[in-house]
Design a protein around this ligand. Structure first.
Ligand SMILES: [Zn+2]
Length: 409
């Protein structure tokens, strides 16, 4: 053990109460033998549930030997609940993901209420489009009936239409083969059609389905809340720790699997076969990962790297649909922008897995990072950062499909 760890050990409180703890009991107990005052009882309870050192932990709580002290062990539920607001080596583990959960809850509410406005809606009808239509219709009718001398009649009624070059308009609307060499680019009929389309699109426009995006938000909230609860209650008992760790692993697998849904669904929205193959694959892998994590041996400290590798591998399998999307939509800027977000997310998750597996920085200075700065806290922050990056990627996917619709490649 290093010099630092020895110093840290000397500074910490002992695990068990000294046998002579009752040497100086409160005056009222010594004098009259009456029950202790509530204050004294509370003091005794606080003494009994003191923070302990790593070497004094029960086996089921021994996970990271580089965190030397400030452990809670075998605490009752009431004390555990109060410990949310006290300082120990799990305080920041609890709060980093509790705050992350609150952020994603707020994002879910915000997105639900504002989503139609979050993405770009094709432009709304404007007055100038409405004003142009009668004139364009008039010109088109005139152009299509030249032999009846309608243009002159109409021009008499509507002097403005004198500016319209009827023969030219007519030639512009003729089939390609019949066009003269000096045609202009404007066809009034086409223009009328465009104006009508511009007015109708906002009323006909329907946003694409949002459920894959909300699957991701639900997965993120579940993972963050499950993790926070796990870190809070694991110290209660071996039985509770057994359940909590499995809830934690389930949350991680759920977040990774749910993160696939928006990119896969929106990238391959118009190709149901590809879309379903990818979604079924990640769902099956996610469920398999949860089952593997239920095996008791899986949570032994020596399997730390296996755990990290399993979740890391699950996340890395997301490279396949992202690359596939890039190949199919290489000419669309949205495909590149969403990929950049995915890369940033992958870097956050990758760094998180690395820090978790290597247990840095506490490995370099055991005892120095017990309260703040140890690997698990950094891992938590990187997970929230990765999920938040993926939220923005999801918004971009929605905007892409809302504005460009379904493009089969
Ligand atoms: Zn955690």
């Amino acid at each position: 053990m290093s010099e630092d760890s020895n110093n840290a050990t000397m500074e910490k409180e002992p695990l068990h109460l000294p046998k002579n703890l009752a040497k100086s009991p409160p005056v009222e107990e010594e004098v009259c033998g009456s029950p202790r005052s509530p204050r004294e009882l509370w003091r005794k309870v606080k003494q009994k549930y003191r923070l302990v050192e790593f070497h004094a932990l029960p086996e089921y709580l021994r996970d990271n030997e580089y965190i030397l002290a400030h452990y809670r062990a075998d605490w009752p539920i009431k004390h555990i609940l109060w410990s949310i607001f006290t300082i120990h080596n799990e305080t920041l583990n609890i709060w980093t993901h509790l705050i992350g959960f609150i952020i994603f809850l707020w994002l879910t509410i915000y997105t639900t209420m504002k989503l139609p406005a979050v993405v770009h809606v094709p432009h709304l009808p404007n007055i100038s489009d409405l004003q142009k239509i009668p004139k364009e219709l008039l010109a088109s009718i005139s152009a299509s009936l030249p032999q009846l001398h309608v243009p002159e009649m109409i021009s008499n009624v509507f002097p403005d239409s004198l500016h319209i070059h009827i023969p030219e308009l007519l030639s512009n609307c003729l089939p390609e083969a019949l066009l003269s060499a000096n045609r202009t680019n404007q066809c009034m009929l086409v223009s009328v059609k465009d104006d009508m389309a511009n007015m109708l699109v906002p009323f006909l426009w329907r946003p694409i389905t949002r459920w894959p995006f909300f699957i991701f938000l639900g997965g993120a909230m579940f993972c963050l809340l499950a993790s926070s609860i796990c870190h809070l209650f694991t110290c209660h008992s071996e039985r509770v720790a057994y359940i909590m760790l499995r809830v934690d692993y389930t949350g991680i697998a759920a977040l990774i699997a749910a993160s696939f849904y928006p990119p896969v669904y929106y990238s391959f929205m118009c190709n149901p076969l590809l879309r379903n193959v990818y979604l079924i694959f990640i769902t099956v892998v996610g469920i398999a990962t949860i089952f593997v994590s239920l095996i008791p041996v899986f949570q032994n400290p020596e399997y730390r790297n296996v755990r990290a590798a399993l979740f890391f591998g699950m996340g890395v399998s997301g490279v396949a649909p992202v690359m596939h999307k890039l190949i199919l939509f290489w000419d669309e800027p949205e495909a590149l922008y969403t990929t950049l977000y995915e890369v940033a997310m992958g870097l956050f998750y990758g760094m998180g897995a690395l820090v978790y597996a290597m247990r840095v920085p506490e490995r370099w200075k055991p005892g120095r990072f017990d309260i703040a700065g140890h690997s698990h806290q950094l891992f938590h922050i990187l997970v929230v950062a990765g999920a938040y990056t993926h939220y923005h990627a999801g918004l971009l996917y929605l905007q892409w499909r809302d504005t460009k619709g379904c493009v089969v490649r």
